[in-house]
Design a protein around this ligand. Structure first.
Ligand code: BGC
Length: 757
């Protein structure tokens, strides 16, 4: 393999290792001995920022009485979140400084607070931070090195604000496109999610989490959260244990092995058991099998929800006992003191053993020591110089560029020449909100006034490329949020026609229409939908534009695959941009006008119809059975689809052996030639199919990938190495098994067969 090409397996081997292990046991035990029950339970309590501040938006102030109650009286060990919106680094310093001052100087033992924040795509709750593509776009880059670099920047910028802990990465799988958190995932494949997840954790935690460039990560939402039957957030999933292990566990397994410090729990239920009381998952598997050493934090209010939503406990005290005994170490309460009161009472009554409290507190203290919080509890002003740097913005731009996924390009209409006269229209054409989606300055990402003014929407980026004289902009349709949104449970986006007829008129006078469709911003439950179709006003706009006969380039800015079947044929080119972040407008224009050669590939299966939901790794009989007729596998686009402005030809797929034994390594080589006229990057995907197995085998599974840059006329030969793990699956007894027989290896449409003895 050429020296600079690192495949996904080598990446994992190099990246999964963690840095120096410091043994803080003695300090922890000494401290624990001095702690009262109340102080211990305080460490297990996490409250939201509004519990210690007054005021709203930028005008929040730490409220001395509230702070005293939380930190001094209750000894709360952790605070999270923003009151409403992102703060500046300086405001964060004030807030965190006051919290740590109270914790370290006004409490008996001076234990620092661990502040936690959702740095989902960069330090998105710090004003001026570098925002990256959301995870779904990062997955489409197939570039784990870039994911790691983005997470390193997210870590530095989060820590620069004085915050040492991020609630990321999301390691749930995007296998249910209705789910409103689809875009927070790395897509549908367990292996891709594992490699990207390890990259994210290593980027956040670095080689030494005590270094002030790093933060502790939180793997979430452990596990099976993303696969609700109805697609609605926080509703029941039915997942048998072998499939839980086969699909939903590997990303968490990899990230735990990468040393992740904390884990956040699934807010939903699996097979009728809410995530927060599932002892088997939280303790037997997480601790017993994966060997997780850090602490487990609940999700938002989830102990209360055992009573109010799931109804598995009659009251909050009983719920508290169930969750703690299942393995929750810290409760994101987060808006009252009920948890502390109940847990203290439970221990005093003997309903929760003191040993379980000690275990949880040890884990929390260990992470606080590992982060160096006892030595450096407060924000470090020197770190401000590492915040929001131009080179960080450049990494975000590169990530956005590499995520762009070209799904159709009839007659090579793209790239467009910079002298083309263009109509730019559609609801996402002039929306920085759509480019970013949720977790951007506010939870729902929906406050336009908070976005930096110098970042380009698609409209502005195209204008910068071709000049205002060549561009006409007509809104077409709009996606809005009614005032007062979001409520917690209702879909809040509204779509409306604005001036479709004006767009049609404007189309007459241009060479090409860039039709920007997709979604607004949403996050969690407010993003629930009951119809995967793209909104009707957008479909109408697309059809009206099509009727003009002008060539259409469709750009999709969306967090989940909205159905475009009705209008796809009307577009000559289709570019999927996902939620590419603040540099996304520029990245889109770079690809449309040929300054960047696209190299993204789909990390999920793009359905053709709302009910045609099926993943790439389905069972062969689901699509081969002739009885299905035209219901066979015909998604709009396949997992791994993505075109380039050059062409790549695959040849010489070779296996080192045709027959192997169980412990043999199997070299697999393939040659990729750039047969076109410009340099390009190609993500090379290796799939393995087990032809016969005791659990009906999927038609293929991704087992390796590598992204290579190839000059025109040049070839690269890559050699991957497969091992027994790559051939194993979870058997009926919920254990991994490798069964002898025949296997196919497929890369770029070439297939070779081998036999496992
Ligand atoms: C989300 C988590 C998030 C937490 C804190 C919850 O509603 O499910 O992903 O980390 O809020 O903001």
């Amino acid at each position: 393999m050429p020296s600079e090409v690192i495949d996904s397996d080598e990446f994992l081997q190099r990246t999964i290792r963690t840095g120096p292990e410091r043994d803080n046991t003695q300090k922890i035990e000494a401290l624990l001995k001095r702690m009262t029950l109340e102080e211990k339970v305080g460490q297990m309590t996490q409250l939201t920022m509004s519990m210690i501040v007054s005021g709203t938006d930028q005008n929040i102030q730490v409220d001395p009485a509230k702070l005293e109650k939380a930190i001094v009286k209750y000894g709360v060990g952790s605070i999270l979140n923003v009151a409403d919106q992102a703060l500046t680094v300086d405001r964060w310093h004030e807030v965190i400084g006051q919290i740590q001052n109270a914790a370290t100087k006004k409490t008996r033992l001076g234990i620092p607070v661990i502040y936690g924040i959702d740095s989902i795509h960069g330090a998105n709750y710090v004003q001026g931070a570098t925002l990256f593509p959301q995870e779904i776009g990062m997955a489409a880059t197939w570039n784990p090195e870039l994911m790691k670099r983005a997470a390193e920047i997210a870590a530095v910028e989060t820590r620069a604000a004085g915050i040492p802990w991020s609630f990321s990465p999301v390691l749930d799988l995007g296998r249910q496109p209705l789910w409103p958190r689809f875009w927070e995932t790395f897509g549908e494949d367990p292996y891709l999610a594992k490699v990207m997840g390890v990259a994210f954790v290593r980027g956040l935690e670095g080689s030494d989490v005590a270094s002030q460039d790093n933060v502790a990560s939180s793997l979430k939402h452990y596990m099976g959260y993303s696969f609700p039957l109805t697609g609605r957030d926080r509703t029941p999933a039915w997942i048998p244990e072998n499939y839980l292990r086969e699909y939903f566990l590997p990303s968490f397994d990899g990230a735990v092995k990468a040393g992740a410090r904390t884990v956040m729990i699934n807010s939903g239920e699996i097979n009728g058991v809410p995530g927060h009381i599932n002892h088997h998952i939280l303790t037997d598997i997480l601790r017993g099998e994966l060997g997780f050493k850090g602490f487990v934090v609940s999700d938002w209010e989830d102990i209360k929800k055992l009573v109010t939503i799931w109804r598995v406990a009659a009251n909050e005290k009983e719920a508290t006992k169930m969750a703690i005994m299942a393995g929750i170490d810290m409760s994101m309460v987060p808006t009252d003191y009920s948890f502390s009161d109940h847990l203290i009472a439970l221990v005093k009554e003997g309903a929760v053993p003191q040993s379980r409290i000690d275990e949880a507190v040890r884990r929390i203290l260990r992470v606080k020591y590992e982060l160096g919080l006892f030595d450096n509890p407060g924000p470090n002003p020197a770190l401000k110089s590492k915040f929001g740097l131009p080179e960080s913005r450049q990494v975000s731009l590169q990530a956005a560029q590499e995520s762009m996924t070209l799904l159709k390009n009839t007659g090579n209409i793209l790239p467009l020449s910079k002298t083309t006269k263009v109509l730019v229209t559609g609801p996402t054409a002039d929306s920085i909100i759509s480019l970013n989606n949720g977790w951007s300055y506010v939870w729902q990402g929906s406050e336009e006034s908070l976005y930096p003014k110098d970042r380009h929407t698609i409209r502005r980026a195209i204008e910068a490329k071709i000049g205002p004289g060549n561009l006409t902009f007509v809104q077409g349709t709009r996606i809005t949020r009614p005032a007062g949104s979001p409520s917690n449970s209702t879909p809040t986006d509204k779509e409306e026609e604005v001036d479709i007829s004006a767009a049609v008129r404007a189309a007459q006078n241009v060479d090409v229409v860039v039709l920007c469709l997709g979604e607004g911003s949403y996050c969690e439950t407010p993003g629930n939908i009951t119809d995967l179709n793209l909104g009707e006003p957008q479909l109408k706009l697309a059809e009206a534009i099509r009727s003009t006969g002008k060539p259409v380039v469709m750009v999709l800015v969306e967090g989940r695959p909205r159905i475009i079947n009705r209008i796809a044929d009307g577009a000559k080119a289709i570019l999927l941009a996902y939620n590419p972040g603040n540099e996304g407008g520029t990245a889109i224009a770079d690809v449309l006008f040929g300054d960047v050669n696209p190299s993204g590939k789909l990390p999920f299966t793009y359905p053709r119809t709302p009910n045609g939901l099926i993943n790439y790794d389905h069972k062969p009989f689901e699509t081969e059975n002739t009885a299905f007729g035209n219901l066979a596998f015909k998604p709009q686009f396949h997992f791994g689809d993505g075109m380039s402005y050059t062409t790549f030809v695959y040849s010489d797929l070779r296996l080192g052996k045709n027959t192997i034994s169980i412990n043999d390594e199997l070299p697999v080589s393939v040659t990729i030639t750039n047969s076109g006229r410009r340099a390009g990057k190609e993500a090379v995907l290796l799939f393995v199919s087990d032809l016969v197995a005791s659990i009906s085998p999927p038609n293929r599974r991704l087992r390796r990938f590598a992204k290579v840059n190839i000059e025109p006329g040049q070839s690269r030969t890559l050699t991957f190495k497969l091992r027994r793990d790559d051939l194993s699956f979870i058997g009926a007894d919920n254990k991994p098994v490798v069964e002898p027989g025949e296997f196919d290896v497929t890369i770029g449409g070439l297939t070779q067969r081998f036999t496992l003895k």
